[in-house]
Write a protein that binds this ligand. Structure first.
Ligand code: TGC
Ligand code: FAD
Length: 412
Protein backbone atom coordinates (compact mmCIF):
# COMPACT_ATOMS: atom_id res chain seq x y z
CA UNK A 1 0.00 0.00 0.00
CA UNK A 2 1.30 3.46 -0.95
CA UNK A 3 2.76 5.78 1.69
CA UNK A 4 1.92 8.80 -0.43
CA UNK A 5 -0.71 10.84 1.47
CA UNK A 6 -2.02 12.56 -1.68
CA UNK A 7 -2.60 16.27 -2.03
CA UNK A 8 -6.19 17.33 -1.42
CA UNK A 9 -6.56 20.75 0.17
CA UNK A 10 -10.08 21.43 -1.07
CA UNK A 11 -11.80 18.04 -0.69
CA UNK A 12 -11.49 17.42 -4.39
CA UNK A 13 -11.52 13.68 -3.66
CA UNK A 14 -15.23 14.09 -2.88
CA UNK A 15 -15.73 14.93 -6.58
CA UNK A 16 -14.33 11.58 -7.76
CA UNK A 17 -16.39 8.39 -8.10
CA UNK A 18 -15.44 5.22 -6.22
CA UNK A 19 -14.16 3.71 -9.44
CA UNK A 20 -11.98 6.75 -10.17
CA UNK A 21 -10.50 6.61 -6.66
CA UNK A 22 -9.89 2.88 -6.97
CA UNK A 23 -8.05 3.31 -10.28
CA UNK A 24 -5.92 6.06 -8.71
CA UNK A 25 -5.08 3.89 -5.70
CA UNK A 26 -4.08 0.94 -7.89
CA UNK A 27 -1.66 3.03 -9.95
CA UNK A 28 -0.44 4.86 -6.82
CA UNK A 29 0.50 1.53 -5.23
CA UNK A 30 2.19 0.36 -8.45
CA UNK A 31 4.27 3.54 -8.61
CA UNK A 32 5.36 3.26 -4.96
CA UNK A 33 6.20 -0.43 -5.20
CA UNK A 34 7.66 -0.74 -8.69
CA UNK A 35 8.70 2.69 -9.93
CA UNK A 36 10.09 4.77 -7.07
CA UNK A 37 12.68 2.16 -6.02
CA UNK A 38 14.28 2.07 -9.49
CA UNK A 39 13.62 5.42 -11.11
CA UNK A 40 16.62 7.43 -9.92
CA UNK A 41 18.93 4.70 -11.21
CA UNK A 42 17.10 4.60 -14.57
CA UNK A 43 17.41 8.38 -14.76
CA UNK A 44 21.14 8.30 -14.01
CA UNK A 45 21.71 5.55 -16.55
CA UNK A 46 19.53 7.23 -19.19
CA UNK A 47 17.45 4.05 -19.57
CA UNK A 48 13.71 3.54 -19.90
CA UNK A 49 12.62 0.78 -17.46
CA UNK A 50 11.41 -1.67 -20.12
CA UNK A 51 10.57 -4.33 -17.53
CA UNK A 52 7.60 -2.23 -16.35
CA UNK A 53 5.80 -2.45 -19.72
CA UNK A 54 4.16 -5.90 -19.15
CA UNK A 55 2.99 -4.84 -15.67
CA UNK A 56 1.52 -1.61 -16.99
CA UNK A 57 -0.21 -3.56 -19.76
CA UNK A 58 -1.59 -6.09 -17.28
CA UNK A 59 -3.05 -3.21 -15.27
CA UNK A 60 -4.84 -1.97 -18.41
CA UNK A 61 -2.91 1.30 -18.58
CA UNK A 62 -2.58 1.34 -22.40
CA UNK A 63 -5.73 2.39 -24.24
CA UNK A 64 -7.58 2.50 -20.92
CA UNK A 65 -10.52 4.50 -22.31
CA UNK A 66 -11.19 2.12 -25.21
CA UNK A 67 -14.28 -0.03 -24.68
CA UNK A 68 -13.69 -2.65 -27.37
CA UNK A 69 -11.05 -5.41 -27.46
CA UNK A 70 -11.67 -6.25 -23.76
CA UNK A 71 -10.03 -2.95 -22.72
CA UNK A 72 -11.16 -1.19 -19.50
CA UNK A 73 -13.31 1.52 -21.14
CA UNK A 74 -12.60 3.90 -18.27
CA UNK A 75 -13.87 7.46 -18.28
CA UNK A 76 -11.50 10.34 -18.98
CA UNK A 77 -11.17 11.39 -15.33
CA UNK A 78 -9.95 7.91 -14.36
CA UNK A 79 -7.56 8.09 -17.33
CA UNK A 80 -6.30 11.46 -16.07
CA UNK A 81 -5.72 10.04 -12.59
CA UNK A 82 -3.65 7.23 -14.13
CA UNK A 83 -1.48 9.86 -15.83
CA UNK A 84 -1.20 11.83 -12.58
CA UNK A 85 0.06 8.85 -10.63
CA UNK A 86 2.46 7.70 -13.36
CA UNK A 87 4.01 11.15 -13.58
CA UNK A 88 4.31 11.30 -9.79
CA UNK A 89 6.75 8.47 -10.49
CA UNK A 90 8.41 10.03 -13.54
CA UNK A 91 7.40 12.05 -16.60
CA UNK A 92 9.14 9.41 -18.75
CA UNK A 93 6.75 6.73 -17.58
CA UNK A 94 3.74 8.95 -18.24
CA UNK A 95 5.23 9.87 -21.63
CA UNK A 96 5.46 6.20 -22.54
CA UNK A 97 1.80 5.66 -21.63
CA UNK A 98 0.68 8.91 -23.31
CA UNK A 99 2.38 8.05 -26.57
CA UNK A 100 1.23 4.44 -26.58
CA UNK A 101 -2.39 5.37 -25.77
CA UNK A 102 -2.99 8.91 -27.04
CA UNK A 103 -0.63 9.14 -30.00
CA UNK A 104 -0.55 5.58 -31.35
CA UNK A 105 -3.63 3.61 -30.25
CA UNK A 106 -5.87 6.67 -30.61
CA UNK A 107 -5.05 7.44 -34.29
CA UNK A 108 -5.22 3.75 -35.21
CA UNK A 109 -8.56 3.42 -33.40
CA UNK A 110 -10.03 6.71 -34.66
CA UNK A 111 -8.57 6.97 -38.19
CA UNK A 112 -7.52 3.37 -38.99
CA UNK A 113 -9.15 0.61 -41.04
CA UNK A 114 -10.88 -2.31 -39.30
CA UNK A 115 -7.88 -4.53 -40.20
CA UNK A 116 -5.40 -2.02 -38.75
CA UNK A 117 -7.42 -1.78 -35.53
CA UNK A 118 -7.86 -5.53 -35.16
CA UNK A 119 -4.15 -6.13 -35.72
CA UNK A 120 -2.57 -3.32 -33.70
CA UNK A 121 -4.91 -2.38 -30.82
CA UNK A 122 -4.71 -5.70 -28.91
CA UNK A 123 -0.93 -5.93 -29.36
CA UNK A 124 -0.33 -2.34 -28.27
CA UNK A 125 -2.68 -2.78 -25.29
CA UNK A 126 -0.79 -5.90 -24.22
CA UNK A 127 2.55 -4.07 -24.50
CA UNK A 128 3.66 -6.74 -27.02
CA UNK A 129 4.19 -3.95 -29.51
CA UNK A 130 5.43 -0.43 -28.80
CA UNK A 131 4.48 2.61 -30.84
CA UNK A 132 5.82 6.11 -31.47
CA UNK A 133 4.43 9.25 -33.12
CA UNK A 134 6.48 11.23 -35.63
CA UNK A 135 5.29 14.76 -36.31
CA UNK A 136 8.19 17.06 -35.32
CA UNK A 137 11.07 17.49 -37.76
CA UNK A 138 14.55 18.92 -37.28
CA UNK A 139 13.42 22.25 -38.82
CA UNK A 140 9.73 22.28 -37.85
CA UNK A 141 8.41 21.83 -34.32
CA UNK A 142 5.78 24.43 -33.42
CA UNK A 143 4.79 24.73 -37.06
CA UNK A 144 4.20 21.16 -38.30
CA UNK A 145 2.26 22.41 -41.34
CA UNK A 146 5.64 23.21 -42.97
CA UNK A 147 6.89 19.61 -42.61
CA UNK A 148 9.26 18.37 -45.31
CA UNK A 149 8.67 14.62 -45.02
CA UNK A 150 7.03 13.55 -48.27
CA UNK A 151 5.16 10.51 -49.56
CA UNK A 152 4.66 9.87 -53.25
CA UNK A 153 2.32 7.25 -54.67
CA UNK A 154 3.95 4.41 -56.59
CA UNK A 155 1.53 1.67 -57.68
CA UNK A 156 0.29 -0.21 -54.60
CA UNK A 157 2.63 1.66 -52.26
CA UNK A 158 3.72 5.06 -51.05
CA UNK A 159 7.40 6.01 -51.05
CA UNK A 160 8.35 7.92 -47.91
CA UNK A 161 11.34 10.28 -47.63
CA UNK A 162 12.31 12.65 -44.82
CA UNK A 163 13.25 12.81 -41.16
CA UNK A 164 11.56 13.27 -37.79
CA UNK A 165 13.24 14.57 -34.64
CA UNK A 166 12.68 14.28 -30.88
CA UNK A 167 10.46 11.21 -31.10
CA UNK A 168 9.54 9.52 -27.81
CA UNK A 169 9.99 5.72 -27.97
CA UNK A 170 11.43 6.09 -31.52
CA UNK A 171 14.25 3.55 -31.27
CA UNK A 172 12.24 0.99 -29.28
CA UNK A 173 9.06 1.20 -31.35
CA UNK A 174 7.65 -1.62 -33.47
CA UNK A 175 5.47 0.85 -35.33
CA UNK A 176 5.82 4.55 -35.98
CA UNK A 177 2.76 6.67 -36.78
CA UNK A 178 4.44 9.06 -39.23
CA UNK A 179 2.86 12.19 -40.66
CA UNK A 180 3.91 13.21 -44.16
CA UNK A 181 2.80 15.44 -47.03
CA UNK A 182 1.28 13.02 -49.49
CA UNK A 183 0.51 14.63 -52.82
CA UNK A 184 -1.31 17.71 -51.55
CA UNK A 185 -2.48 16.65 -48.09
CA UNK A 186 -1.07 15.39 -44.78
CA UNK A 187 -1.60 11.70 -44.13
CA UNK A 188 -0.66 9.25 -41.40
CA UNK A 189 1.48 6.19 -42.24
CA UNK A 190 2.13 3.12 -40.11
CA UNK A 191 5.84 2.50 -40.60
CA UNK A 192 6.92 -0.87 -39.25
CA UNK A 193 10.26 -1.40 -37.55
CA UNK A 194 12.03 -3.44 -40.19
CA UNK A 195 10.88 -1.49 -43.24
CA UNK A 196 13.89 -1.14 -45.58
CA UNK A 197 15.16 2.45 -45.60
CA UNK A 198 13.80 3.23 -42.11
CA UNK A 199 16.46 4.01 -39.48
CA UNK A 200 16.44 5.50 -36.00
CA UNK A 201 19.08 7.15 -33.80
CA UNK A 202 19.00 8.10 -30.11
CA UNK A 203 19.08 11.76 -29.10
CA UNK A 204 22.10 11.56 -26.80
CA UNK A 205 22.96 13.80 -23.88
CA UNK A 206 19.48 14.83 -22.77
CA UNK A 207 19.37 16.40 -19.32
CA UNK A 208 15.61 15.96 -19.18
CA UNK A 209 13.41 12.86 -19.49
CA UNK A 210 16.49 10.73 -19.16
CA UNK A 211 14.37 7.69 -18.26
CA UNK A 212 12.60 7.97 -21.62
CA UNK A 213 13.85 7.04 -25.08
CA UNK A 214 13.93 9.97 -27.53
CA UNK A 215 15.06 9.41 -31.11
CA UNK A 216 15.38 10.69 -34.63
CA UNK A 217 13.65 8.81 -37.43
CA UNK A 218 14.99 8.72 -41.00
CA UNK A 219 13.12 7.56 -44.09
CA UNK A 220 15.01 6.89 -47.31
CA UNK A 221 12.74 5.64 -50.07
CA UNK A 222 10.71 3.59 -47.59
CA UNK A 223 8.07 1.62 -49.43
CA UNK A 224 4.86 1.72 -47.39
CA UNK A 225 2.06 -0.59 -48.55
CA UNK A 226 -1.35 0.98 -49.10
CA UNK A 227 -2.80 -1.02 -46.22
CA UNK A 228 -0.44 0.87 -43.85
CA UNK A 229 -1.94 4.28 -44.59
CA UNK A 230 -4.46 5.53 -42.02
CA UNK A 231 -7.40 5.82 -44.42
CA UNK A 232 -9.31 8.54 -42.58
CA UNK A 233 -6.41 11.01 -42.47
CA UNK A 234 -6.52 14.00 -44.77
CA UNK A 235 -4.94 17.18 -43.37
CA UNK A 236 -3.18 18.67 -40.34
CA UNK A 237 -6.24 18.38 -38.13
CA UNK A 238 -5.69 14.61 -37.86
CA UNK A 239 -2.27 14.74 -36.14
CA UNK A 240 -3.47 17.77 -34.16
CA UNK A 241 -6.48 15.71 -33.05
CA UNK A 242 -4.07 13.15 -31.57
CA UNK A 243 -2.25 15.95 -29.75
CA UNK A 244 -5.51 16.98 -28.09
CA UNK A 245 -5.70 13.50 -26.53
CA UNK A 246 -2.11 13.50 -25.30
CA UNK A 247 -2.16 17.12 -24.11
CA UNK A 248 -5.22 16.29 -21.99
CA UNK A 249 -3.26 13.49 -20.29
CA UNK A 250 -0.31 15.81 -19.69
CA UNK A 251 -2.56 18.35 -17.95
CA UNK A 252 -3.26 15.67 -15.33
CA UNK A 253 0.16 14.06 -15.40
CA UNK A 254 2.17 17.10 -14.40
CA UNK A 255 -0.02 17.49 -11.29
CA UNK A 256 1.51 14.21 -10.12
CA UNK A 257 5.02 15.64 -10.51
CA UNK A 258 3.90 18.82 -8.71
CA UNK A 259 2.42 16.74 -5.86
CA UNK A 260 5.67 14.83 -5.53
CA UNK A 261 7.83 17.94 -5.24
CA UNK A 262 5.34 19.69 -2.93
CA UNK A 263 5.14 16.71 -0.60
CA UNK A 264 8.92 16.33 -0.55
CA UNK A 265 9.41 20.04 0.25
CA UNK A 266 6.75 19.90 2.98
CA UNK A 267 8.32 16.89 4.73
CA UNK A 268 11.83 18.28 4.35
CA UNK A 269 11.10 21.77 5.69
CA UNK A 270 9.24 20.34 8.69
CA UNK A 271 12.32 18.39 9.73
CA UNK A 272 15.22 20.61 8.58
CA UNK A 273 16.46 22.77 11.48
CA UNK A 274 18.35 26.06 10.96
CA UNK A 275 18.70 29.18 13.20
CA UNK A 276 17.47 28.76 16.77
CA UNK A 277 16.29 25.16 16.73
CA UNK A 278 13.08 25.73 14.76
CA UNK A 279 12.35 23.76 11.57
CA UNK A 280 12.62 25.96 8.48
CA UNK A 281 8.87 25.33 7.88
CA UNK A 282 8.23 27.68 10.81
CA UNK A 283 9.53 30.66 8.84
CA UNK A 284 7.04 32.87 7.03
CA UNK A 285 9.01 32.92 3.77
CA UNK A 286 9.03 29.12 3.66
CA UNK A 287 5.31 28.90 4.46
CA UNK A 288 4.62 31.42 1.73
CA UNK A 289 6.25 29.06 -0.77
CA UNK A 290 4.28 26.04 0.49
CA UNK A 291 1.04 28.04 0.43
CA UNK A 292 1.72 29.17 -3.14
CA UNK A 293 2.44 25.61 -4.25
CA UNK A 294 -0.66 24.04 -2.75
CA UNK A 295 -2.85 26.85 -4.07
CA UNK A 296 -1.53 26.37 -7.61
CA UNK A 297 -1.82 22.58 -7.40
CA UNK A 298 -5.42 22.90 -6.19
CA UNK A 299 -6.32 25.28 -9.04
CA UNK A 300 -4.62 22.87 -11.47
CA UNK A 301 -6.65 19.95 -10.10
CA UNK A 302 -9.91 21.84 -10.65
CA UNK A 303 -8.87 22.76 -14.19
CA UNK A 304 -7.97 19.15 -15.05
CA UNK A 305 -11.11 17.79 -13.43
CA UNK A 306 -13.42 20.17 -15.30
CA UNK A 307 -11.58 19.33 -18.55
CA UNK A 308 -12.14 15.62 -17.82
CA UNK A 309 -15.84 16.04 -17.06
CA UNK A 310 -16.28 18.07 -20.28
CA UNK A 311 -14.38 15.39 -22.23
CA UNK A 312 -16.69 12.71 -20.88
CA UNK A 313 -19.66 14.81 -22.02
CA UNK A 314 -18.10 15.30 -25.49
CA UNK A 315 -17.81 19.06 -24.88
CA UNK A 316 -14.06 19.48 -24.46
CA UNK A 317 -12.52 21.72 -27.15
CA UNK A 318 -8.84 21.80 -28.19
CA UNK A 319 -8.45 25.33 -26.79
CA UNK A 320 -9.73 24.14 -23.38
CA UNK A 321 -7.02 21.50 -23.44
CA UNK A 322 -4.44 24.16 -24.33
CA UNK A 323 -5.32 26.10 -21.18
CA UNK A 324 -5.08 23.01 -18.96
CA UNK A 325 -1.81 21.80 -20.54
CA UNK A 326 -0.20 25.24 -20.53
CA UNK A 327 -1.20 26.21 -16.99
CA UNK A 328 -0.53 22.89 -15.33
CA UNK A 329 2.91 22.41 -16.94
CA UNK A 330 3.85 25.92 -15.94
CA UNK A 331 2.80 25.61 -12.31
CA UNK A 332 4.33 22.14 -11.98
CA UNK A 333 7.68 23.41 -13.26
CA UNK A 334 7.49 26.46 -10.97
CA UNK A 335 6.62 24.21 -8.00
CA UNK A 336 9.67 22.06 -8.82
CA UNK A 337 11.95 25.11 -9.04
CA UNK A 338 10.64 26.51 -5.73
CA UNK A 339 10.87 23.09 -4.02
CA UNK A 340 14.42 22.67 -5.34
CA UNK A 341 15.35 25.93 -3.66
CA UNK A 342 13.69 24.93 -0.37
CA UNK A 343 15.92 21.87 -0.06
CA UNK A 344 19.09 23.94 -0.39
CA UNK A 345 22.02 21.83 -1.59
CA UNK A 346 19.98 18.65 -1.13
CA UNK A 347 17.65 20.02 -3.79
CA UNK A 348 20.22 19.30 -6.51
CA UNK A 349 20.82 15.71 -5.38
CA UNK A 350 18.94 12.72 -6.77
CA UNK A 351 18.57 11.44 -3.22
CA UNK A 352 15.34 13.44 -3.55
CA UNK A 353 13.03 13.35 -6.61
CA UNK A 354 12.83 17.13 -7.07
CA UNK A 355 15.67 17.89 -9.45
CA UNK A 356 14.67 14.95 -11.69
CA UNK A 357 11.07 16.23 -11.88
CA UNK A 358 12.35 19.76 -12.47
CA UNK A 359 14.49 18.71 -15.41
CA UNK A 360 11.73 16.50 -16.83
CA UNK A 361 9.19 19.29 -16.66
CA UNK A 362 11.37 21.51 -18.84
CA UNK A 363 10.63 19.07 -21.70
CA UNK A 364 6.99 18.61 -20.75
CA UNK A 365 6.48 22.38 -20.89
CA UNK A 366 7.96 22.31 -24.41
CA UNK A 367 6.55 19.19 -26.04
CA UNK A 368 2.96 18.77 -27.21
CA UNK A 369 2.95 22.50 -27.98
CA UNK A 370 5.18 24.93 -26.11
CA UNK A 371 3.87 27.19 -23.36
CA UNK A 372 3.85 30.14 -25.76
CA UNK A 373 2.10 28.22 -28.57
CA UNK A 374 -0.71 27.32 -26.14
CA UNK A 375 -0.93 30.97 -25.11
CA UNK A 376 -1.25 31.86 -28.79
CA UNK A 377 -4.01 29.25 -29.22
CA UNK A 378 -5.90 30.80 -26.28
CA UNK A 379 -5.21 34.28 -27.68
CA UNK A 380 -6.56 33.16 -31.07
CA UNK A 381 -9.73 31.81 -29.40
CA UNK A 382 -10.49 34.94 -27.38
CA UNK A 383 -9.62 37.51 -30.05
CA UNK A 384 -10.43 35.59 -33.21
CA UNK A 385 -7.02 36.71 -34.55
CA UNK A 386 -4.31 34.09 -35.22
CA UNK A 387 -0.93 35.50 -34.18
CA UNK A 388 1.31 32.50 -35.00
CA UNK A 389 2.67 33.98 -38.19
CA UNK A 390 2.37 37.78 -38.25
CA UNK A 391 2.93 39.33 -41.71
CA UNK A 392 6.40 40.78 -42.36
CA UNK A 393 6.94 44.42 -43.23
CA UNK A 394 8.48 45.21 -46.67
CA UNK A 395 11.71 46.21 -44.86
CA UNK A 396 11.87 42.88 -42.99
CA UNK A 397 11.32 40.99 -46.25
CA UNK A 398 14.14 42.93 -47.93
CA UNK A 399 16.49 42.29 -45.01
CA UNK A 400 15.65 38.59 -45.00
CA UNK A 401 16.23 38.15 -48.72
CA UNK A 402 19.50 40.15 -48.51
CA UNK A 403 20.67 37.87 -45.68
CA UNK A 404 19.72 34.77 -47.71
CA UNK A 405 21.63 36.09 -50.74
CA UNK A 406 24.70 36.85 -48.58
CA UNK A 407 24.56 33.34 -47.09
CA UNK A 408 24.30 31.79 -50.58
CA UNK A 409 27.28 33.86 -51.79
CA UNK A 410 29.34 32.88 -48.74
CA UNK A 411 28.68 29.20 -49.50
CA UNK A 412 29.99 29.49 -53.11
P1 TGC B 1 -4.64 25.52 -38.10
O1 TGC B 1 -5.00 26.15 -39.40
O2 TGC B 1 -4.90 26.29 -36.85
O3 TGC B 1 -5.35 24.10 -37.97
C1 TGC B 1 -5.38 23.17 -39.03
C2 TGC B 1 -6.63 22.32 -38.86
O4 TGC B 1 -6.53 21.58 -37.63
C3 TGC B 1 -7.61 21.93 -36.73
N1 TGC B 1 -7.02 21.95 -35.38
C4 TGC B 1 -7.19 20.95 -34.50
N2 TGC B 1 -7.92 19.83 -34.58
C5 TGC B 1 -7.87 19.01 -33.50
N3 TGC B 1 -7.15 19.26 -32.39
C6 TGC B 1 -6.40 20.38 -32.31
N4 TGC B 1 -5.66 20.60 -31.21
C7 TGC B 1 -6.41 21.29 -33.39
N5 TGC B 1 -5.79 22.47 -33.64
C8 TGC B 1 -6.18 22.87 -34.88
C9 TGC B 1 -8.09 23.28 -37.21
O5 TGC B 1 -9.44 23.49 -36.86
C10 TGC B 1 -7.91 23.14 -38.73
O6 TGC B 1 -8.98 22.33 -39.20
P2 TGC B 1 -9.54 22.50 -40.71
O7 TGC B 1 -10.77 21.65 -40.75
O8 TGC B 1 -9.81 23.98 -40.88
O9 TGC B 1 -8.46 22.00 -41.61
O10 TGC B 1 -3.11 25.07 -38.20
P3 TGC B 1 -1.78 25.92 -38.12
O11 TGC B 1 -0.84 25.33 -39.10
O12 TGC B 1 -2.08 27.39 -38.17
O13 TGC B 1 -1.22 25.51 -36.66
C11 TGC B 1 -1.73 25.98 -35.53
C12 TGC B 1 -0.86 25.52 -34.31
C13 TGC B 1 0.38 26.38 -34.18
C14 TGC B 1 -1.72 25.75 -33.09
C15 TGC B 1 -0.47 24.01 -34.44
O14 TGC B 1 0.40 23.81 -35.50
C16 TGC B 1 0.16 23.46 -33.18
O15 TGC B 1 -0.54 23.00 -32.31
N6 TGC B 1 1.52 23.45 -33.09
C17 TGC B 1 2.23 22.77 -31.99
C18 TGC B 1 2.84 21.48 -32.49
C19 TGC B 1 2.90 20.43 -31.45
O16 TGC B 1 2.24 20.47 -30.42
N7 TGC B 1 3.67 19.40 -31.69
C20 TGC B 1 3.72 18.27 -30.81
C21 TGC B 1 4.41 17.09 -31.45
S1 TGC B 1 4.04 15.56 -30.67
C22 TGC B 1 4.81 15.63 -29.20
O17 TGC B 1 5.35 16.58 -28.77
C23 TGC B 1 4.75 14.38 -28.42
S2 TGC B 1 5.52 14.41 -26.88
C24 TGC B 1 5.04 12.89 -26.38
C25 TGC B 1 5.34 12.52 -24.99
O18 TGC B 1 6.48 12.03 -24.78
O19 TGC B 1 4.46 12.62 -24.13
P1 FAD C 1 10.45 25.69 -31.97
O1 FAD C 1 9.17 25.49 -32.68
O2 FAD C 1 11.64 26.01 -32.78
O3 FAD C 1 10.27 26.85 -30.88
C1 FAD C 1 11.36 27.49 -30.24
C2 FAD C 1 10.82 28.62 -29.38
O4 FAD C 1 10.16 29.58 -30.23
C3 FAD C 1 9.78 28.15 -28.35
O5 FAD C 1 9.93 28.89 -27.16
C4 FAD C 1 8.45 28.51 -29.02
O6 FAD C 1 7.41 28.75 -28.08
C5 FAD C 1 8.84 29.79 -29.76
N1 FAD C 1 7.97 30.04 -30.90
C6 FAD C 1 7.81 29.27 -32.02
N2 FAD C 1 6.88 29.80 -32.82
C7 FAD C 1 6.45 30.92 -32.21
C8 FAD C 1 5.49 31.90 -32.53
N3 FAD C 1 4.76 31.84 -33.65
N4 FAD C 1 5.30 32.92 -31.67
C9 FAD C 1 6.01 33.00 -30.53
N5 FAD C 1 6.93 32.09 -30.16
C10 FAD C 1 7.13 31.08 -30.99
N6 FAD C 1 7.57 15.45 -31.21
C11 FAD C 1 6.91 14.44 -31.85
O7 FAD C 1 6.41 14.61 -32.95
N7 FAD C 1 6.77 13.21 -31.25
C12 FAD C 1 7.29 12.94 -30.03
O8 FAD C 1 7.13 11.81 -29.52
C13 FAD C 1 8.01 13.97 -29.35
N8 FAD C 1 8.60 13.70 -28.16
C14 FAD C 1 9.41 14.65 -27.59
C15 FAD C 1 10.16 14.33 -26.45
C16 FAD C 1 11.01 15.27 -25.89
C17 FAD C 1 11.86 14.89 -24.70
C18 FAD C 1 11.09 16.58 -26.43
C19 FAD C 1 11.97 17.62 -25.80
C20 FAD C 1 10.36 16.91 -27.55
C21 FAD C 1 9.53 15.95 -28.16
N9 FAD C 1 8.84 16.22 -29.35
C22 FAD C 1 8.14 15.24 -29.99
C23 FAD C 1 9.04 17.50 -30.03
C24 FAD C 1 8.21 18.65 -29.45
O9 FAD C 1 6.85 18.51 -29.76
C25 FAD C 1 8.78 19.97 -30.00
O10 FAD C 1 10.04 20.14 -29.39
C26 FAD C 1 7.87 21.14 -29.72
O11 FAD C 1 6.68 21.06 -30.47
C27 FAD C 1 8.56 22.50 -30.01
O12 FAD C 1 9.19 22.48 -31.25
P2 FAD C 1 10.73 22.93 -31.40
O13 FAD C 1 11.51 22.20 -30.38
O14 FAD C 1 11.10 22.76 -32.82
O15 FAD C 1 10.77 24.46 -31.01
Amino acid sequence: MSNFPGVDYLEIDSLFSEEELMVRQTVRDFVDEEVLPIIEHANREEKFPMHLIPKMAEMGLFGATIKEYDLPGLNNVAYGLIMQELERGDSGLRSFASVQSGLVMYPIYAYGSQEQRDYWIPKLAAGEKIGCFGLTEPDFGSNPSAMRTRARRDGDSWILNGAKAWITNGSIADVAVVWAKAEGTIRGFLVEKDTPGFHTAYHMGKFSLRASVTSQLFFEDCRIPLENVLPETNGLKYPLGCLTQARYGIAWGVLGAAMSVYNTALQYTKSRIQFGGQPIASHQLVQNKLAWMITEITKGQLLALQAGRLKDQGKLKPHHVSMAKMNNCNIALECARVARDMLGANGVSDEYPIVRHMMNLESVKTYEGTHDIHNLIIGHTVTGIPAYNPPMSAKQEQELSAAAEAAALAQK
